[in-house]
Design a binder for this molecule. Structure first.
Ligand code: ATP
Length: 239
């Protein structure tokens, strides 16, 4: 099913610098410019060797995705095709089981070795729910966390996740570069109030979602009539 698995990178070789990798997981139903702007800004901010976008197989905290795993994966591939350093990573889809981030991070840690700087990226909306995730306390032992500001979401001092996180938070995200794991930082990125939910709602309402997501992804949505059968007509109008 997923034949084009990324070639496993080897763990650190003697005499080479530890790898610096960032991971952005999500449903990507569909992937949009909010995800991509986040990925690009963090690729440059942390000067990572690679930033992997990892669609989840079956999200644990929400209903089934609207598109198949293959379709979501293909949209991620199309979205990153021309962007150096961004990698479409199908590891969670190949697992064919509910997607637990802690398992993904363990796999990544094994792949890149104990010295690698591994940073998991998440939007503020996801971070505020971290304490509801499966074995969430293990996550910081496996990776750093870089939390991206997202319009409409803020970390309040009385939130349970703040009480836990405050000892690990460092103000300058650059310090994640040379830390293997255990550090949390916040990234004030260009705010883009785009969500997959909004894109799906637009399409279902018969409106165009163009310019909220890359054209190759929008064209794929149109061709496959994803999210709504009338999509083809919207595309004809907007192209
Ligand atoms: P949905 O609307 O279906 O819930 P979504 O747009 O939130 O989808 P996901 O695939 O669930 O997208 O998000 C994956 C990750 O990207 C999450 O950590 C989420 O917080 C983050 N993210 C999504 N959209 C944005 C955005 N516009 N700006 C910053 N972070 C984002």
């Amino acid at each position: 099913m997923f034949s084009s698995a990324p070639a496993p990178d080897s763990a650190q070789k003697p005499g080479t610098a530890p790898k610096r990798v960032a991971l952005l997981g999500g449903t990507f139903d569909p992937i949009h410019h909010g995800h991509l702007r986040t990925a690009l800004e963090i690729r440059d901010l942390l000067a990572v060797d690679q930033l992997n976008l990892i669609p989840c197989y079956q999200p644990v905290h929400r209903g089934a995705p609207h598109c198949s795993s293959e379709q979501r994966m293909e949209m991620v591939r199309l979205a990153v095709a021309d962007e150096p350093g961004l990698v479409a990573d199908d590891r969670e889809l190949r697992r064919n089981a509910p997607s637990y981030s802690v398992d993904t991070l363990k796999e990544c840690r094994q792949e890149w070795g104990p010295q690698a700087s591994l940073t998991m990226i998440m939007g503020m909306d996801a971070f505020l729910l971290l304490h509801t995730w499966h074995r969430w306390e293990e996550i910081l032992g496996l990776a750093n966390l870089l939390v991206v500001q997202r319009p409409g979401w803020a970390l309040q001092a009385d939130h349970p996740i703040y009480t836990w996180a405050r000892d690990f938070i460092r103000p300058d995200p650059a310090c994640l570069k040379n830390s293997a794991c255990g550090v949390i930082s916040l990234h004030e990125q260009t705010p883009l109030d785009i969500s997959s939910t909004h894109i799906r709602a637009l399409i279902t309402a018969g409106r165009s979602a163009r310019y909220l997501l890359p054209d190759p992804v929008w064209n794929y949505v149109c061709k496959r009539q994803l999210y709504r059968t009338e999509t083809e007509e919207i595309c004809k109008l907007s192209n």
